[in-house]
Structures are given as C-alpha cells and as structure tokens.
Design a protein around this ligand. Structure first.
Ligand code: GUN
Ligand code: FE
Length: 424
C-alpha cells in the first residue's frame, strides 16, 4: 500500500483528490497487480491491518500518463526546423527512420525511448515504429521486458516514400500479420496496424490493412489525418472519390473502435460525426501542431459532436516527452476559436485527456489511466517541491485547480520522483 495525496478521476471526468490518501494494490484473479482499494488514509487503513505502507509525505500519487501518439524512431528528429509537415518528413524524418533497418540501432534507441517515457511519467503509449519489422521487435522486446503496456506497429508506406523507408505492398501485409501474431496480447503488449497516412499508402495496401483490421478486431489501428493544408490537398487529389480525407480511411475499413487518428485538425462536422459513429478517436498533439505550424485542434467541435480524444506528444513533430508541456500547449490551443470567454480548458480536463481520457480513446477505460479499484497499478509519484518556483507556487495553491495548473505550467520531468509499473 502507498500513502500520499492521491489524484484520480470520476466517470464525469472530474478529478477526485485525497489530501491524505491510501492506495492498496494486489493481484487480481489473473495475477495482474491492480488497485484493490483507494480512498482516505483514515477511512481505509483500518481495513488493511498488517499491510506494509510506503509513505510519501508531501507527494502526490497520480495515474501514469498515456501518450496517445508518439514516434519511437523520431527521437533524433525533435526540434528539426522545416517549412511545414511535408518538407519536414522529406528532410529529417525519412532519413532518420531509414536507420532503423539496423536492428542494433533500433535496440539502442528502444532503450533510450523507454527510459525517456518513464522519466517523464509516461507508463503507456501508442507508438509508431518504422517500416522495418526489426524496429517493432526492438520496441516490443524493450517495453515488454520492462512491463509497460505498449501498443505499437510497423509503419505501412509503399509509395511516395524514399528508398530506405518504402516497403513492398504484399510483403508489408505479410509482415504486419506476422508481427500481430508475434506480439499482440503478449503480456501487456498490443499491436497497432499502422498505415503512415493515406498519401504514403497505395489502395492495395490500405485495403489489405483494412482486411487485417477486420480479421483481428482486438488489434488497434493508428494513422494520421487532416494535419496540414498541403497534406490534405494531396490526399484529396490522390483519392478524388472520397468525401473527405478522413472518409478515405472509412472506405478501406480503417475506422472502428480502437482506431486512433493523429491530429484531426481540419475537420468539418461530417468528419466529426464519422469519428463518433465509428468509435474512432483523435490523438491531439498540440506541441507538434504548434511547432510544425499545422493548426489548432477544435475542442469545441469535438465536444459539440461528441467523439473521443486524448493527448499525445507526437515526438518528433512534437517538442517534448513531458505530459506537463503537452497539457500546457493544449491549454493554449484550446483558446483558438473559443466562443465563450473564460478558461480555455480546465486543468482537470487537461489532465484527464492525458490519463483516463486517453485510456477511453484506446478502449482501455478502467484498465489504465486511472486509479479506481480494478485499474492496473501504473502510477507516478509527483514531487511538488521538485524545483524552487514549483515548490513556492504549489504551497500557495488554494484549490485543486490551482495546484494542477501550477504543475501543468511549471512542471517537467524533475517533478516525477518515482514511476510504478504494475505495482512495482
Ligand atoms: N504524417 C505522416 N507521417 C507523419 C509523421 O511522422 N509525423 C507527423 N506529425 N505527421 C505525419
Ligand atoms: Fe505523428
């Protein structure tokens, strides 16, 4: 059991905060370490006599963050300047990804990548590897060995891609199915069918991806959509019969529950209704959208129509692994197009998007991203005194919203004191 202040989320997305809380973890019927009980220390402690309690005075226990969209091979791409998405892909991203044909390079960077996630308090991620199957093997082996719940996949890109990252239509689908069988459901690992984006995939490749998605309903799907004006114009030109860029994916059977689309910026209401009716979800990546100048996710539109979404770093288009930085960028982005005066997004709503909301988008509500009974015991211990200004500011906080905002604005990896995966 762990004693500290505890942050978790109610079904209505509001935060529940226990100043002096107790989190009791233990194995469920299948042996997974899950939350057995959570609540105030005074009320719960008498029910667990003899249970050893680790006490973290002055610290906050919170659900591990979930990064809903990140590129494992783009560590070295962070902060690369380019005139928007397509030049950035050509100049930096594809050359760096080509290096992942080398299994040794992929393994070394997989270790670095998982270290970096954990250092920032991210305990689960939905990740792109590269088009090389060895990049998936490297990432899965590393994540699995360290007990993370990681969902990842081999990128599909059989056209409009340079030598070195371009794959072959038939072989790419054979490789995808072999990787599903090798990794999906092994321990806490999951597989995601990963067409890079419609412009980089032939119709045959998208059709094959959709067929695999139908045959393996538990497997995830991840791609990019409606990120950038030039990208959208290109997709429209390549698929002139589709109603919209998003509708291309729908036409190939790639929209369903467990399908996560990065960005979803330049949507109309028809697109938003398609998201809602299919159960697909958006990975909102504000640091990336600001860095690459892609645009602003329309939160009011998403709420008005009511489709699922969560927060993501989109490293290396994104500029930081830190969920605090991502939440702050989302706060800025939430201002754009805001029709009512006031806060853009509340700190509780921002935090929810990076934990319980992201879990809901993945179809893993009640499994990860929260600390309610039954949730897997992935959590972080936050030190609100980690840096001098953060310490001053959090001491002055007079409400939960003020405390969470202080962390969102001033927090970074230094505030993540400890990360617990699966109860250990
Ligand atoms: N669209 C296609 N590939 C990518 C990528 O690697 N990053 C981003 N941000 N958008 C993409
Ligand atoms: Fe991306």
């Amino acid at each position: 059991a762990f004693r500290a202040a505890i942050l978790r989320f109610a079904d209505d997305r509001s935060a529940v905060y226990e100043e002096d809380g107790l989190l009791v973890v233990g194995p469920d019927a299948t042996g997974r370490k899950v939350v057995r009980a959570v609540g105030s220390y005074a009320a719960l402690a008498p029910n667990f006599p003899g249970v050893a309690v680790q006490h973290f005075p002055g610290r906050i226990i919170a659900p591990g963050f979930i990064d809903l969209h990140i590129h494992f091979p783009q560590l070295d791409v962070i902060g690369s300047p380019a005139e928007g998405l397509l030049p950035w892909l050509e100049k930096y991203t594809f050359p760096h990804e080509a290096r992942f044909a080398d299994a040794g390079h992929a393994r070394a960077l997989a270790t670095f990548f998982i270290d970096e996630l954990l250092r920032h308090g991210v305990t689960s991620a939905l990740a792109f590897a590269t088009s090389h199957p060895v990049s998936v093997d490297a990432l899965m082996a590393e994540a699995g060995g360290r007990g993370l719940r990681m969902v990842a996949g081999k990128v599909l890109q059989d056209r409009h891609s340079p030598e070195g990252v371009r794959d072959q239509t038939e072989q790419s689908l054979v490789d995808t199915e072999a990787l599903i069988q090798r990794w999906h459901g092994v321990g806490r690992l999951g597989y995601a069918i990963t067409p890079r984006f419609a412009p980089s995939c032939s119709e045959a490749q998208l059709r094959g991806a959709g067929e695999l998605a139908a045959r393996y309903p538990g497997v995830w799907i991840q791609s990019h959509v409606a990120e950038n004006r030039e990208e959208i114009a290109w997709a429209r030109q390549l698929f002139p019969d589709a109603r919209s860029y998003l509708a291309v994916y729908e036409g190939f059977g790639l929209m369903r529950e467990r399908a996560i689309y990065a960005h979803c910026i330049h949507f109309d209401d028809e697109d938003r209704r398609l998201m809602r009716s299919t159960g697909a979800a958006a990975a909102v990546s504000p640091t990336s959208n600001l860095f690459l100048g892609s645009g602003f996710f329309d939160y009011e539109g998403a709420e008005r129509i009511g489709f699922r979404y969560g927060l993501a770093s989109d490293v290396g288009g994104g500029t930081s692994f830190s969920p605090f930085h991502t939440m702050l960028a989302a706060y800025y982005v939430g201002r754009e197009g805001q029709t009512k005066p006031g806060l853009s997004l509340s700190p509780q709503q921002l935090w929810w998007q990076h934990t319980a909301g992201a879990a809901q988008a993945l179809g893993l509500e009640g499994v990860i991203g929260n600390l309610q009974p039954g949730c897997e015991a992935d959590f972080i211990v936050i030190d609100p005194g980690a840096t001098p200004l953060l310490a001053r500011k959090t001491r002055l906080a007079g409400s939960l919203d003020e405390l969470l905002f202080s962390l969102i604005v001033l927090g970074d990896d230094r505030a993540i004191e400890r990360v617990v995966i699966g109860g250990t």
